[in-house]
Write a protein of this length. Structure first.
Length: 400
């Protein structure tokens, strides 16, 4: 491949690596530099080699460059006495399973028009914002998939997994094994990359999104997924960075880093709202069908009390005022302003893009709650929201 394309791959990975291990005061600078450098290099990129092995080698070199930059930045901050929250502990690739876990498939979404060849199993909480985001993408893309509804309290159906967070998607690879995809944005990016080039193996694509663990400013070991807002494409024309792609990535990140943190403080604002919310969760998730009564009641009543208490801590953590509604109203207004700026029905133009689906998914998680009704009454979010829903449902398969 031309040198410009190599540099672009290396620097994209390196800057993604740098963004992961940022000091808090440099977040905006790193993000701006990342977008500008990618756009500059992409403008001179030539054709990419058709060899997926060559692409993978570039990616691995990129990780090495990222580690080098991270180490240099670490040493610089060490001598300056700055926090070193970017220190690498380990890079972990995807997990592969020889066979599906012994779990109960609760329903299947089947789309006769699905020609992807994918075999997908989604482990979820029905009303989890991140799970709603993944479902919105799956349905809008016309994909077929199986659903395992996880008990939000006991989580027995994911006891086989090292991570106890949902969503999790198991995707069958060409070897017959199943690759475990975690993190909602990573899941969407992997699947979106595959749908743009079905000659690729889903198991190989997942390697481009490693998990990196690090120590944050508070001294806690945590982790994040590299490149989770980027699509991995072999066609240089598709890969060419532009303002629209930058905008899409920005708002996908905003949905994860800001909007989603406003949901819990609003839907669990009071004890009554918390119980009302969990009763709605039970209804739409069909908990009375999928779980014994004692387990359903445990999820509703224990969950409501626990989340009411947790929401108070979340409000403080995210520096929200007592008037938590005002924050979600402001977020809705900000999103609609961005959509209206383009003078199109969606941020993606005439059709929803990945950012539209991400924001829709997060808001969809609270649709039956009083907080959502208040958003409809006090912002202009309704027109856009129901337009996206129409697009999603028109492509969705039927429930079997």
């Amino acid at each position: 491949p031309p040198t410009s394309y190599k540099n672009r791959q290396h620097i994209t990975w390196a800057l993604s690596r740098a963004r992961l291990f940022r000091v808090s005061t440099g977040v905006g600078i790193i993000r701006t530099q990342q977008h500008n450098v990618v756009r500059l290099l992409a403008s001179s990129a030539g054709k990419q080699s058709s060899s997926s092995g060559g692409t993978l080698r570039l990616a691995l070199k990129g990780v090495a460059v990222g580690a080098l930059l991270g180490t240099g930045w670490s040493g610089y901050n060490y001598f300056r006495g700055e926090p070193t929250d970017h220190m690498i502990h380990e890079k972990t690739g995807p997990t592969y399973l020889d066979r599906l876990p012994d779990v109960r498939i609760m329903r299947k979404v089947v789309n006769p028009k699905d020609d992807s060849g994918l075999e997908l199993v989604l482990f979820q909480f029905q009303t989890c914002p991140f799970c709603c985001k993944v479902r919105s993408f799956l349905d809008h893309s016309g994909l077929s998939y199986s659903v395992v509804e996880v008990d939000a309290v006991l989580r027995q159906d994911i006891k086989w997994s090292s991570t106890k967070k949902v969503p999790i998607v198991l995707a069958k690879t060409r070897s017959g094994k199943y690759v475990q995809l975690m993190d909602s944005s990573m899941i969407v990016s992997v699947l979106a990359s595959f749908l743009k080039d079905k000659s690729l193996d889903i198991g190989e694509l997942a390697k481009y999104y490693p998990s990196i663990s690090f120590v944050n400013e508070s001294g806690r070991k945590t982790s994040d997924i590299m490149n989770k807002y980027f699509l991995m494409l072999q066609d240089s024309k598709q890969h060419k960075a532009n303002d629209a792609q930058d905008e899409e990535r920005k708002w996908r990140s905003w949905a994860d880093d800001h909007l989603v943190h406003l949901i819990s403080p609003n839907v669990y604002r009071t004890k009554d709202e918390a119980l009302e919310t969990f009763e709605w969760f039970s209804e739409v998730g069909e908990w009375d069908v999928h779980f014994p009564k004692w387990e359903r009641d445990l999820m509703v009543y224990v969950g409501a009390v626990a989340m009411w208490a947790i929401s108070k801590r979340l409000k403080k953590r995210h520096q929200l005022s007592d008037d938590v509604r005002s924050h979600i109203y402001d977020a809705c207004d900000k999103w609609i302003a961005a959509v209206e700026k383009n003078k199109t029905p969606f941020l993606g133009g005439k059709k929803p893009n990945l950012a539209d689906l991400a924001v829709f998914g997060v808001l969809n998680s609270m649709e039956g709650c009083q907080a959502f009704k208040d958003c409809l009454d006090n912002t202009k979010i309704g027109g856009w929201f129901y337009a996206v829903r129409k697009e999603v449902m028109s492509n969705r398969g039927h429930v079997a």
